[in-house]
Design a binder for this molecule. Structure first.
Ligand code: SAH
Length: 337
């Protein structure tokens, strides 16, 4: 067993890994290794990096299993490192760029402020400040939207497999981002129609990304979830939406879904569910560190099943069941109470 002091030092210095991954992603190292191993000199020439420093970066990432150092000193991609490639199915490069980018990085530097005040680092306006900021900062918004599209790819197949969407006629993806999840669900369920709903700039960006084959079955609607959500769905899917908001704003969103829904409609929240008691597991760790991310960035939080039940009750819904997926995400299914 690793000595407690060394364990603590490993935990304490975790931030270095984020930046090491970020720099490798920015330099496009994984794409350059796609056709086979390369030496650090060659990679330095191609990226304009300092050869000695780049070798140190690649070696450190090889010690973490992101690259592998061959006997001749060249670096190869591992299965994990291959996810740093751009524009390949399952690419997490957009997520890495988001987490390492100065906007996110500087926000986390103020965690202490959030812990002392209970507010996001932008102050009490929480998620509205975060999303407003995004509309004024097109580069930041593009990084965020690409990050969501990228990160959701690690979960979409498990969501598609865990729930029988084929019994539905029209599924509305509320805050569906650039449409990655709804596209996966429609591809797997040829009889289903979809509506992708998000704010105007995100919907505009989504339009170019929707596969031509789905165009006839997927309608794109722009709007504000606090004003109204589109009617006409028999199910409303909200993935990574409610965790962005405090209870009051969450209730406003849920009530608008309730209003838009037919009496037999279904609500599907796809979220991490916080266990009642904290145990040590990789899934719980990622859930509870994501909860801190919500504290810092949006003022939302990850919730327990009991908290979801109460929140849903407040908006006129009854929690029916929580369908587990093969990831830390659960599908929280509710009907009108
Ligand atoms: N469901 C997607 C995106 C989650 S991020 C996924 O799981 O990957 C949260 C989404 O909520 C973003 O796409 C954001 O643009 C959208 N959003 C934020 N405020 C909104 C509002 N007022 N109305 C509609 N959508 C909103």
């Amino acid at each position: 067993m690793r000595a407690p002091a060394l364990t603590l030092i490993d935990l304490l210095t975790g931030y270095r890994v984020t930046q090491a991954l970020y720099v490798a992603a920015r330099l496009g190292i994984a794409d350059r290794l796609a056709d086979g191993p390369q030496g650090s000199e060659e990679l330095a020439r191609a990226t304009g990096a300092h050869a000695g420093a780049l070798r140190r970066l690649l070696r450190a990432l090889a010690s973490l299993g992101v690259f592998a150092e061959e006997a001749d000193g060249r670096f190869a991609l591992t299965e994990v490192g291959a996810l740093l490639r751009d524009e390949v199915p399952g690419s997490l490069r957009g997520g890495v760029i988001f987490y390492g980018d100065r906007r996110h990085w500087n926000a986390w530097a103020k965690l202490e402020q959030s812990v002392m005040t209970g507010e996001t680092v932008w102050g009490p306006r929480g998620a509205s400040a975060f999303f407003e900021m995004n509309t004024k900062d097109p580069e930041g918004a593009a990084i965020f939207n690409a990050a969501m599209t990228s990160l959701t790819s690690a979960f979409d197949a498990a969501v598609v497999a865990a729930y029988d969407f084929s019994r539905l006629r029209t599924l509305v993806d509320v805050g569906g981002g650039q449409g990655a999840l709804i596209s996966s669900i429609l591809r797997a369920n040829p009889g289903l129609r979809g509506i992708l709903f998000d704010i105007p700039p995100v919907v505009d960006g989504a339009r170019a990304r929707i596969a031509a084959g789905l165009a006839g079955r997927l309608e794109l609607v722009a709007g504000d979830v606090f004003a109204a959500v589109p009617s006409g769905g028999d199910a409303y899917l909200l993935k990574w939406i409610i965790h962005d908001w405090d209870d009051e704003r969450s209730l406003a969103i849920l009530r608008n879904c309730h209003r838009a829904m037919p009496p037999e409609g279904r609500l599907l929240l796809v979220e991490r569910v916080v266990p009642e008691r904290t145990e040590r597991s990789a899934d719980t760790q990622s859930t509870l560190l994501t909860d801190l991310n919500m504290l810092v960035l949006t003022g939302g939080h990850e919730r327990t099943a009991a908290e979801y039940r109460a929140l849903l009750g407040g908006a006129g819904f009854a929690l029916a069941r929580i369908v587990p997926t093969a990831t830390p995400l659960g599908i929280i299914e509710a009907t009108r109470a």
